[in-house]
Design a protein around this ligand. Structure first.
Ligand code: AMP
Length: 184
């Protein structure tokens, strides 16, 4: 069983790498951003609540986010492990994740940090064309990452696996797998 979290600034290629890695390791990919976007598209009450946060680059309130993740992690496919992408986004969410896993006598195996220099990030984001990829929202999401999410790198220092995120998708994906093997 492999329980993993992928952390990195917006534009680091988390989504792309998460898809590749979850296939290689045969574990479900759980992206809170994707879950929120699906709720927004389906206009569920949760989606109505989350939309303004996604549109402005702010974090959706922890109460909403944590409940959504708790429900997702209760599904049976996660028994084989999982790869979380975009969660936790702050240390309070990390505390809650620890509690959820502890209730099932589990804990995380590793937290993968995708490391990408800032100029590469902005270039990638502007080329992506998502509706929340306007310059102002991109800037705000970078600020939120620095102030809210970057402290996770210290929080998880004992299980942190730092990987260079610059390169072709397959190249980066192999780097992650090798780094995880070396960590195990
Ligand atoms: P992402 O697809 O990971 O870039 O997330 C897109 C947006 O979804 C973020 O800018 C937030 O508004 C929201 N979001 C995703 N994950 C979380 C989370 N763990 N906590 C709060 N908001 C989140």
């Amino acid at each position: 069983m492999t329980r993993l979290v992928l952390v990195g600034p917006p534009g680091a290629g988390k989504g792309t790498q998460a898809v590749a890695l979850s296939q290689r390791l045969s574990i479900p990919h759980i992206s809170t951003g994707d879950l929120f976007r699906a709720h927004v598209a389906e206009q569920t009450p949760l989606g109505e609540e989350a939309k303004r946060y996604l549109d402005s680059g702010e974090l959706v309130p922890d109460s909403v986010t944590n409940e959504m993740v708790r429900e997702r992690l209760a599904e049976s496919d996660t028994k084989a492990g999982f790869l979380l992408d975009g969660f936790p986004r702050n240390t309070k969410q990390a505390d809650v994740l620890g509690e959820i896993l502890a209730e099932a006598d589990g804990r995380l195996d590793a937290v993968i940090q995708l490391d990408v220099p800032e100029d590469v990030l902005v270039e990638r984001l502007l080329g992506r064309g998502r509706t929340d990829d306007t310059e102002e929202v991109i800037r705000r999401r970078q600020q939120v990452y620095q102030s809210e999410t970057a402290p996770l790198l210290d929080y998880y220092r004992d299980i942190l696996v730092k990987v260079d995120g610059v390169g072709e998708v397959d190249e980066v994906s192999s780097r992650i797998v090798n780094a995880l093997d070396a960590h195990a």
